[in-house]
Design a protein around this ligand. Sequence first.
Ligand code: ZN
Length: 904
Amino acid sequence: MSCRPLVVVFALVAAVCPRAYGQEGDAVAPLLARIEQVTKSGDATAYLALLTAGANRERAIEFCSSELLPGATRTVLKERDREPLRGTLAGNGYRLMVDVLTEFGPRARAATWRLDVKRVGERGSAQEWAIDDEERLSAVENLYRLALNPTKVFAARDLRVAAEDLDLTLTEGSVYVADIDQGATAAVLVGRGMMSFHPTPDTERGQVKIFAGSETLETRFDVAFIRLNPYDFESALAATQLKPKLADPKEFRRAEEVFREDSQKSFLIDLGDLSRDPWSLLPGSGDFLAEVHTRRFDTLTYAKSASEAEDITVFDRKRHHNISIYPSQRKIANRGRFYNEDELVDYDVLDYDIDVAITPDRQWLDGRVRLRLKVRALALGSITMRLAESLVVQSIVSYEHGRLFGVRVKNQNTIVVNLPTTLQRDAEVTLTITYAGRLEPQTADRETLALTQGRVQEDMPTIAAEPSFLYSNRSYWYPQAPVSDYATAIIRISVPTTLDCVASGELEPGFPTIVANTARGAPRIESAPAATNRKLYVFRASQPLRYLAFVVSRFARAETATVAFPPRQNGDSASVPFVGPSYSSLNLSVEANPRQVQRGRELGDRAADIALFYHSVIGDVPYSAFTIALVESDLPGGHSPGYFAALNQPLPSSPLVWRNDPAAFSSFPDFFLAHELAHQWWGQAIGWRNYHEQWLSEGFAQYFAALYAQKQKGDDVFASVLRQLRKWGMDNSDQGPVYLGYRLGHVRDQSRIFRALVYNKGAAVLHMLRRLVGDEPFFRGLRHFYSASRFHKAGTAELRAAMEAETGMSLERFFERWIYGSTLPKLKVGYRTEGNEVILQVEQIGEIFDVPLTIELQYADRKPVEVLMAVTDRTVEKRVPLGGVLRGIDVSKDDGTMAEIVKN
Ligand SMILES: [Zn+2]
């Protein structure tokens, strides 16, 4: 998850791979030129004169009524595809796909037509070809070429432009507008202005404070660009306050300059070879966009966009940071406080069949992907998919609909595939997409540690790390749904014979094997000589994965083992059964860079032990195989898709220092491995339903690694891990709630804050929950949550429901404070003795939390005794029999409890 691009660039026509049809000498070209002319003239009679004798005239008349409109000033028609007509007309004509742009002065429409054309006359005769049938496949209406109107200039004094939580006040200045037939849709404000952004949600005010130093972002601006629907113009701009005036040429030039730059950033459609002009779509009613050129923060973009789940955003353009993202009041009223990104998806990918050939030294990838998808929207006219922009799509073929056309959406790693018919909910489609291009491997993500400083240890000889190439969820190396989406897969991947590969799925028996580049059925590299040999791998993922990944490097097999799990005993499983197979063993292997084989063997043994332990806690292993790809790197850390983990092994000569990081546990070096392996359950088998819920992956992986540390190294190491979780969590809690996900630390580029809260506070919250509800109900609740959400995206609400079902307790306030809130409890702790008893008292100052507290009774004549108190009210008391001469009490810091303690 990274910044959401606010540049909304649509492209609905213009093919991904324009072909050179309609060139000179082509017999059909004169007919197409004639159709282009007729479209410009809007003359239906002239169109009907182009029909064959057998054509359906009524259909043609209806076609003309929507496609041939009066008043056209320019028409461009481009042929995109041609195939011979089939059936009775075979050999006598073509089925053409054409894109048509028709301009009406500053307005335009773009359409894609199917035209069946037939030879009717002598070769070279005046009317050699005629139209036998036609159909409009898709159209985009109401495109506008916008420009500032030099005759509509207004003087403004204390002009207020308002959107939800935003006020722009132009104290003194001018307003320039761009208007269309329906009214003004853009304005440029020039002069002395003040921007005030004051988000309603507390959390967002907190982020604004981190960004701007105060909960309301107030800053001067000298120019602002605004886009909105013409119907909203008068209400948003208080147009009555505008007094017409004459344009000052110098000021107008400045306004035009800003207009040219800012109007390109949003609502623009890319028409490819149909027109090079910037054609703009209209914002929907209620949508609003402002590019505010401030002195202090450079350009800040405020956008309200009803189609987004969180429809209000404020974006720092220069630094590419989301400052605010949240739902408007109206959105909350309609759908409630929480959302699942899956509710917005158009379709669900069921299965992938992937052939790729990767050549790392050229960073080149050839791919052919067949994917089966099921429609989830009520009606679907186009399929939007993610695929890295640098990969060029060569063809898109549907089993059901034949050859399809896609268009690229600029700067968004997106293709839009137009469908010939509207598909209804539950329809299934199979697409095969062929593509190739240069693609860089992905860089370390925030799972990896951050450096304290780049201190070079001069005395160490430097050894270069073995190169490795990871392609995963941030690479968009295969066509995929816009949000992560569980699907099964088979991946055939070929690499140069000197390299090796680990990918999502279980390696099929008999692979890898050496094949010729031309081998049938193997992914091949179009540009490589046929004689080149390749090493072919086949990986099968029978269980659904959120995303697919592979890593290529020089690997040697360090270990392979089958981890057999003890049979489950009656009564130790969760009350909720899960769907799908459960495995009784795990095929574990380690592929290591050649220098790391010995380390790989150690990790293999350790991984087997960890897998056994996790299985004993959760009662399941979600995937049948797990491979550790041990790669050399400057930093520890890793990346864990389903079926494997790429684990970084820092070289002894690494010049970098990383120990001061929330995710570095010096007391337990296997922490990283335990964390990455836990992601097979938490993060992969259990996904997160939007960026807010990432703690269900990272906090759980961190907590499971801590549990393994306890099992392996004992209570002291566990306590030291808990101390570290607690300290990082407490020190950073004021940066925002765990629920903010990747946005924690984002405004200031401090990924440590993200790890401190999403990883460490998340894990500490789980431990506090366990201490409050008791071990047995806690682990039953975890298994319940796991079983109910296996191979789904879950949210905090599902965790809470599972825990409440197994404990019978209300946990509403617990999660409200610890996950959705960012404060910490303030506890006043005291005691008094009465006879043979000590009465422990805890008072909550401020907000009431549910928090477990471990109090140590310090005796003069014996070892301290720990007493657990469940602090779930304003004041709580507990009577404990005295066991000796009480010297005083202490509050433990070894139990993960995050609270500020005020002593009586
Ligand atoms: Zn992780």
